[in-house]
Ligand binder design. Sequence first.
Ligand SMILES: O=C(O)CCC(=O)C(=O)O
Ligand SMILES: [Fe+2]
Length: 348
Amino acid sequence: MDRNRFTRQHMKAWRRDGAVVIPDFFTPEEVAAVVADFEAVFGKPEHAGEELNKKGEGVVGRFHPSQFKDIQPVPIDCSPALNLIGVHPALIEFAKQALETDDVRVYQCQSWAKFTGDSDYDQPFHTDFSNHTLTVPSEDAAKNSITILCYFSDVSDAHGAMHFVTRPDANSVGADPELSLSRDPEVHAKLQKDLVPLTRSSASTAGTAIPYTIDIYHRGTNLTAPKGHRYALMTCFRKAHDDAIQFTAWAFHHTKPWQKIFENATTEQLAVFGVPRPGDPFWTEVTIERAQTRYPGWDLTPYREALGKKAPARAVKRKAAAARKGTKRAPAKRKIAKRAAVKKKTAA
Ligand SMILES: O=C(O)CCC(=O)C(=O)O
Ligand SMILES: [Fe+2]
């Protein structure tokens, strides 16, 4: 990678606090290309107006459909910049380290523009787990998933910076993640009242990444700057093979311009969308030909070249990940049993 986009301290903070603000994650060039796409897709921010305030006295905010009006999941009919920024190699790497795995899937990736006056964007404090899993968050963050909110415009508190409460702070007032689902107005009011004094702001410059996770209290805030806008992207990763975490079934959106992604992504970026890697037994002369017909502009050379070669051992990468973490994994019991069986066979 060209430079370190994040440090060990950021990873430690994510693990401890459940959320961390990482300025300068993206380069100015990456930001500029993504901004050009935002302007092409959502229109220039000239229509932005004056602050809209729909809150009652003493209320932090409410969810309202107008807050979500300008959300566009990928693939989007624009350049590859916005289509692929949510699977930037450094984001994938952060997700792998955070979830302690060498193989992740992206399960939500959406651009989100907000303009002053289009909505009162103030939300109550909430946790996100209810639409990412049918169950509840594990106490072990590596068993959950990771959301990364990325800013592509300067986001001050007057531009709707996301506010959050760290896990230790929320624990200190007994704000368990599931309280977020309570419909009891008293529980809700107490939760908000307890969390407000513990608020931290994610206000930061364009190019910032804010990884957080599904048990962390946070809220969107209103845009109060006259004629203000906020360009952001939310990208979420889960462990490969983790059936408990869901949001987008990519193939359900098959009529969207997937060629934008297939023609510009690396094999690893495609893999996080669920495309088997080169060398995977899925790839044969036939599947390659079929895929070429479906996506005529997709360069399938790496898949063709890997035909007949053994798939790169994921175990090697797993070992590298373990080394990064400073832990050595014991081989799985099943593998040990299999090895023993093979030895026996060869001895017989
Ligand atoms: O846009 C933001 O700052 C946060 C939004 C959010 O938390 C949500 O809609 O669940
Ligand atoms: Fe949220």
